[in-house]
Structures are given as structure tokens and as C-alpha cells.
Design a protein around this ligand. Structure first.
Ligand code: TGC
Length: 396
């Protein structure tokens, strides 16, 4: 294992970089440079104006981070650890940008790659890996969030036999990127249980409306989606997915990436607070020299190092093919929870300046409110772990 002396320092007391290969460090550096050059200079403006920088999609494709853990069909075929490192660096820029990569790669592309027909994979995956086509993943509904089994969106058969198509009716909510998506992965109830459908943009009867007045994820898009008598051909059905195992398999991927990404937002908040505390003089000396400030910084760093180590452990398990859903739940629950605490604590070191967009912690904290809610709330992951350790499901 090689170690990059440039990255060791006040953010890596445990020398976790020594656990990464040269290839992993190089990939991380490429994504870190991208974040520094393409996200950080503009993120405050995007956030304030509520702008999703859609032009980043092909650049992220070029960077090789869209569907990066998938093999074939133009996908980069990188490891789970490399995907995690990329998520961490992108979320150090903004959770909204990491969300683009998650929705595209972990959710929409994983659904097509895992459950799609050969024709569906050929049609969509190469262009999605290149960022030419954006995908979305429509599971959550206005009245079905934590409990997708209660979804009301319904697909009925249009005609009979294998040549028959489908008619789709219903509504989805909080669907990331739906208004800019070229293809939507839509989960709907059928007479045979939950099935997945690929709905191309522009299909008559589909309406995507961005949700406004958000206090979180302002540099990203989340939509209300409606399906009003949408006619789909038989080729729209994802043939391999039957039941909730279809979408949940994709959620595992996204939740895994979040366990890494949240530590990126936490690290960026900590580093902003550390730098500020070293420069800012109060009562004639730097804030960093006060015991209360040092305690805050130390508590942040301890949790960042533990959370990063946890994410890396999950990544090694995933690359070994042995990771289990409850392990991912532990990582997502812990790392997002700690990241929010860290971002909020970092804000206190920045004082009044911390409530502006000149500094990242409060933007990260606001974003992380969404991150703790999507892909399984804190409560859902707590109950998944509770069921695992007691054998008793407490969801219902
Ligand atoms: P349950 O009866 O336990 O399971 C149903 C079927 O699913 C299988 N399964 C899984 N498969 C793979 N990975 C997992 N993690 C799985 N969890 C369950 C299970 O084996 C079973 O398969 P089969 O073949 O036997 O039928 O389902 P349940 O309804 O009792 O589960 C309860 C609970 C709470 C764990 C589940 O409903 C849950 O995870 N809820 C949270 C839903 C969630 O995370 N929603 C997120 C929506 S997507 C999103 O947020 C995108 S945001 C990105 C954006 O668009 O911006």
C-alpha cells in the first residue's frame, strides 16, 4: 500500500490513507480536483439561486463516476471502494452533486443493469455512463415514503399476451432529477406485485414538476411526478425485477454510497472550521487556541475518522461480495447522523459568518437533512438494525 504524503495531515490522524492502494488514491485525487475546480467555485451561487448545474452531467461521465461500479455497456467497472471515495469527494463539494451521481449510477443505472433486458441495457447504459442521458428512480409517493409496499401507482395490462403493453396511472414525489431525466425507472403495483418500468422522457401523460421552496438540496432537483393513462409498450417492463426486492437492491447501492458521501460533507465542514479558527482572532488570540474550540474540533475529527474507517470497511466487504443490508444500514445511519452533528458544530466555530454561504457547514447541514431522510430515514435504518438484533420486526 502506498501513502500520499500530500493528503496526510490534520484530517487523517489515523493514517487511513495507508489503507488505500495507489490506484484508489489517484482516483480520489482526480475527483477531489474536479470538486475543487468545477463545484466549489460556483456552489454558493447555485445553492442561493436554486440552480441544478445540469452541464456537469457529461463532465461527470468523462470523469468516469456515472455507474462507475458497473461492468460493461460503457460503464467504468471500478471497485466499490473507488465508488465510495468518489462519493466522498463529490459530497465534500455538495450533497446535491453527489445525489446526481447516486441517482444516476446507484439507482437508475443499477436498476437497468441488474433487472433490464439486453436491449434495454444497450439502449440506455452507454449514454447514461457518458452523462448524455440522465436517469431518475421513481419509488416514493406522496403517501408512501418509508413504506413503499403501500404504493398506489398502478400498471394494468393494455391488451393481452406477451405482446400486450401497459397503462400506468399514479403519482410519485421527491423524485430526484425527474424533470431533466431522459429515462425514468418507475416502480408500480401490478396484478403480479411490484414491477419496474422504463419510461422515456416525453411519453404522453407524464408530468414532472420540480418542488420549490426547499431549504435543503438547493443545487439539486426533486420533483412531483404524475402518470395519467400513460401507455407503454411491452418493452418498457424491466423483465428481471419482481417484487420490492427490485428497488431495494438498488437502494442498497445508494445507501452504501451515502455512508461515504456524508463523511465528505463532514470533512469539508471540519476543515472550514479548523481553517477559520486558526485565522480568526478573538480576545487577542486565535479561536483555535481556546480549549472549547479544540474540544469541538477534536470531537469532529474523531467521528470523521471513525466514519471513514467504517465506510472503508463496508467498501472492502462489498468488494469481497459479502456485504449484508444491515451492515449498510449501520453505515448510513451512523455516518449521516454524525455528519449532521459535525456540520452544525462546525457552524458554531464560524460564529455569525457561519450562517452565510461564504462558508460550507450550514449548507452541508441543511443538505444532510435530506440525506438523513432519503434512502431510508434514521428511523427505518434503526428498525432494520433492531430487527436484525432481536429477530422482531417493529415496522408495523
Ligand atoms: P420486506 O418484506 O422485508 O421485503 C420485501 C422484499 O424485499 C427484499 N428486501 C431486500 N432486498 C434487497 N436489499 C434489501 N435491503 C432488502 N430489504 C428487503 C426482501 O427479501 C423481500 O424479498 P422477497 O423476494 O422475499 O419478496 O419489506 P418491508 O416492506 O417489510 O420492508 C420494510 C422496510 C422498512 C425495511 C422497507 O420498506 C424499507 O427499506 N423502507 C425504506 C424505503 C426507502 O428507503 N425509500 C427510499 C426511496 S428512494 C429514494 O429515497 C430516492 S432518493 C434519491 C432521489 O431520487 O433523489
Amino acid at each position: 500500500m502506498t501513502r500520499d504524503p500530500m493528503t496526510a495531515g490534520p484530517s487523517d490522524i489515523l493514517d487511513l490513507d495507508a489503507l488505500l492502494s495507489g490506484e484508489e488514491l489517484a482516483l480520489r485525487q482526480r475527483v477531489r480536483d474536479f470538486t475543487a475546480q468545477r463545484i466549489k467555485p460556483d456552489i454558493a451561487r447555485w445553492y442561493e439561486d436554486g440552480v441544478f448545474p445540469v452541464e456537469l452531467a457529461p463532465e461527470l461521465g468523462e470523469l468516469g463516476v456515472l455507474g462507475m461500479h458497473l461492468e460493461g455497456y460503457g460503464c467504468p467497472g471500478r471497485t466499490a471502494v473507488e465508488y465510495g471515495l468518489a462519493a466522498m469527494e463529490l459530497e465534500a463539494g455538495d450533497s446535491g452533486i453527489r445525489t446526481l451521481v447516486s441517482v444516476q449510477g446507484s439507482l437508475a443505472m443499477t436498476a437497468i443493469h441488474t433487472w433490464g433486458s439486453e436491449e434495454q441495457k444497450q439502449e440506455w447504459l452507454p449514454r447514461m455512463a457518458a452523462g448524455e442521458v440522465i436517469g431518475c428512480f421513481a419509488l416514493t409517493e406522496p403517501t408512501a415514503g418509508s413504506d413503499p409496499s403501500s404504493m398506489a401507482t398502478y400498471a394494468t395490462r393494455d391488451g393481452s399476451g406477451d405482446n400486450g403493453g401497459w397503462i400506468l396511472n399514479g403519482a410519485k414525489r421527491w423524485i430526484g432529477l425527474a424533470s431533466v431525466a431522459g429515462v425514468m425507472v418507475v416502480w408500480a403495483m401490478t396484478e403480479d406485485g411490484v414491477r419496474g418500468f422504463l419510461v422515456p422522457a416525453g411519453t404522453p401523460g407524464v408530468t414532472a414538476t420540480p418542488i420549490g421552496q426547499k431549504l435543503s438540496m438547493r443545487a439539486s432537483i426533486q420533483c412531483d411526478l404524475t402518470f395519467d393513462g400513460v401507455r407503454l409498450g411491452p418493452e418498457a417492463l424491466l423483465p428481471g425485477a419482481s417484487g420490492l426486492r427490485g428497488p431495494f437492491t438498488c437502494l442498497n447501492e445508494a445507501r452504501y454510497g451515502i455512508a461515504w458521501g456524508a463523511m465528505g460533507a463532514a470533512r469539508d465542514s471540519y476543515e472550514a472550521a479548523l481553517a477559520y479558527s486558526q485565522d480568526r482572532l478573538q480576545f487577542g488570540r486565535p479561536l483555535a487556541g481556546y480549549q472549547l474550540t479544540q474540544e469541538k474540533l477534536v470531537n469532529m475529527l474523531v467521528e470523521i475518522q471513525k466514519g471513514t474507517l467504517l465506510a472503508l470497511h463496508l467498501g472492502r466487504l462489498k468488494d469481497a461480495g459479502t456485504i449484508r443490508p444491515e451492515q449498510i444500514s449501520l453505515g448510513k445511519l451512523n455516518n449521516v447522523r454524525e455528519a449532521i452533528r459535525i456540520a452544525r458544530e462546525a457552524r458554531t466555530i464560524l460564529g455569525g459568518n457561519g450562517i452565510t454561504l461564504d462558508y460550507p457547514p450550514l449548507r452541508h447541514a441543511a443538505n444532510l437533512e435530506s440525506v438523513r431522510t432519503y434512502e431510508g430515514t434514521d428511523e427505518v435504518h434503526t428498525l432494520i438494525l433492531g430487527q436484525h438484533i432481536t429477530g422482531l420486526p417493529a415496522f408495523r
